[in-house]
Design a protein around this ligand. Structure first.
Ligand code: AMP
Ligand code: GLY
Length: 424
């Protein structure tokens, strides 16, 4: 099978790495890829959101399966375009991908179908007076969210009315998120433990991959700015017990599939449930994404033993119920090595050393890297994902990740020092 993976981050490197283990997969291409991906797959000079370019490549080269990593091509309707041409592609159609690219669509969908989520109100740019009335009477903290895609930055937690006024002005007047912020959701602040659960769906049926926990903030102990994710671990059995997982299936995943289908937006692909588990073990949806998480994928892929090419095909073809998911009993922790300054301004182009010296129970998934003159250089905010894998326990997986994170160096390297500890 000839496979194309779309994207260029650590998530896509982990997907390509896992696909590489499939005896059925003969060739892997990645658009556009990065320095690490391009060592094990053929990197293409096609942007992840160049739907026309991707379609042409797939047709010209008789690619048999396309796997979409990031959200933007889904919002642009890549799955609709490929499906029209009879091509096999893993991911939801544009109308179903609204669960991620319109927070208002997702919240209204959950409300009308009784899926547990924070209480909320929606507002548009024209309702500025209404917003100010609302925030002057609201209880704090509260959460303000841009309706559209904002590269993971569109959520602002406001601790008091002054912060809320500032946020609304930035969204509506300064347009910090452009048109993505012209409509907003204001919701209740939820307390509890966060977890990520990926359901691989075929429109009707689904399987669930091991739960994981991301570490969103730039600083240790969840301090400082929100980022795309600074590390993750899996399985997150302490946060998501078997009993809690059953509730997530019954109260979230199954109603999503049932009602998306009955409303004409059949959901295929990866339903990423971003959840808050409250004190009593009840799950609430913080957000849906309609693709794999990054960096969670980097700790979930190493736990799968069955063939993921088969899993992607089964999702696209509507036969996930027949797919036999096999997991191993490893523990996995990934530490993101970032460029100092991320998530704001940072320098790139720094030479990375030590990549050939890592231990054999670790895998390094590249994110923002490029190769030049035989060297590997940093090329983004999040640069590498150093992943420790151990059958002995989470503590060992964490130690392996940090031991190897020390071996790798580049100027301005920054990482959190507490990834995975909340799972111990
Ligand atoms: P999102 O981009 O929707 O994942 O939100 C980013 C982060 O903001 C989440 O991972 C949570 O930590 C936090 N967050 C979002 N919505 C809420 C909420 N209603 N209550 C508490 N925290 C939230
Ligand atoms: N890990 C957060 C995300 O992928 O959106």
């Amino acid at each position: 099978m000839k496979v194309l993976v779309i994207g260029s981050g650590g998530r896509e490197h982990a997907i390509v790495w896992k696909l590489k283990q499939s005896p059925k997969v003969t060739e892997i291409y990645c658009a556009p890829g990065n320095a690490g991906i391009n060592e094990i797959a053929v990197g293409l000079d096609i942007k992840a959101d160049d739907i026309e370019g991707l379609l042409k490549f797939v047709k010209d080269n008789r690619i048999e399966l396309t796997v979409v990593g990031p959200e933007v091509p889904l919002e642009k309707g890549i799955v609709d375009e490929f499906t029209k041409e009879g091509l096999l592609i893993f991911g939801p159609q544009k109308s179903a991908a609204r669960l991620e690219h319109s927070k208002i669509f997702a919240k209204d969908f959950m409300k009308r179908n009784n899926i547990p989520t924070a209480a909320y109100e929606t507002f548009s740019l024209n309702d500025k007076a209404k917003v100010f009335d609302f925030i002057s009477e609201a209880k704090y903290p509260l959460v303000i969210k841009a309706d559209g895609l904002a590269a993971g930055k569109g959520v602002i937690i406001c601790n008091n009315i002054d912060e809320a006024i500032k946020t609304v002005n930035e969204l509506f007047d300064d347009k910090i998120f452009g048109s993505a912020g012209e409509n907003i959701v204001i919701e209740q602040f939820l307390e509890g433990v966060e977890a990520s659960v990926f359901a691989i769906c075929d429109g009707t049926d689904y399987i669930v991959l091991p739960a994981s926990q991301d570490h969103k903030k730039i600083g240790d102990d969840e301090t400082g700015k929100n980022t795309g994710g600074m590390g993750a671990y899996a399985p997150a059995d302490k946060a998501v017990s078997r009993e809690i997982l059953d509730k997530i299936k019954q109260k979230v995943i199954e109603p999503v599939l049932k009602h998306m289908k009955s409303e004409g937006n059949e959901f295929k692909g990866c339903l990423y449930c971003g959840l808050m588990i409250d004190k009593t073990g009840n799950p609430y949806v913080i957000e849906f994404n309609t693709r794999f998480g990054d960096p969670e994928t980097q700790v979930v892929m190493p736990l799968i033993n069955s063939d993921i090419a088969d899993m992607f095909v089964a999702s696209a073809k509507g036969s996930i119920g027949k797919y036999e998911l096999k997991l191993n009993s490893n523990f996995c922790c990934t530490v993101v090595l970032a460029s100092t300054g991320y998530p704001d301004k940072y320098d790139t182009g720094k030479e990375i050393t030590g990549l050939n010296e890592i231990s054999n129970n670790a895998v390094v998934f590249h994110a923002g890297t490029k190769s030049a003159d035989g060297k590997i250089l940093s090329n983004g905010g999040r640069v590498l994902n150093v992943t420790g894998i151990s059958p002995l326990g989470l503590k060992e997986a964490i130690n392996i990740a940090y031991h190897n994170a020390e071996i790798i160096n580049f100027e301005n390297k920054y990482n959190r020092t507490d990834i995975g500890l909340k799972g111990l």
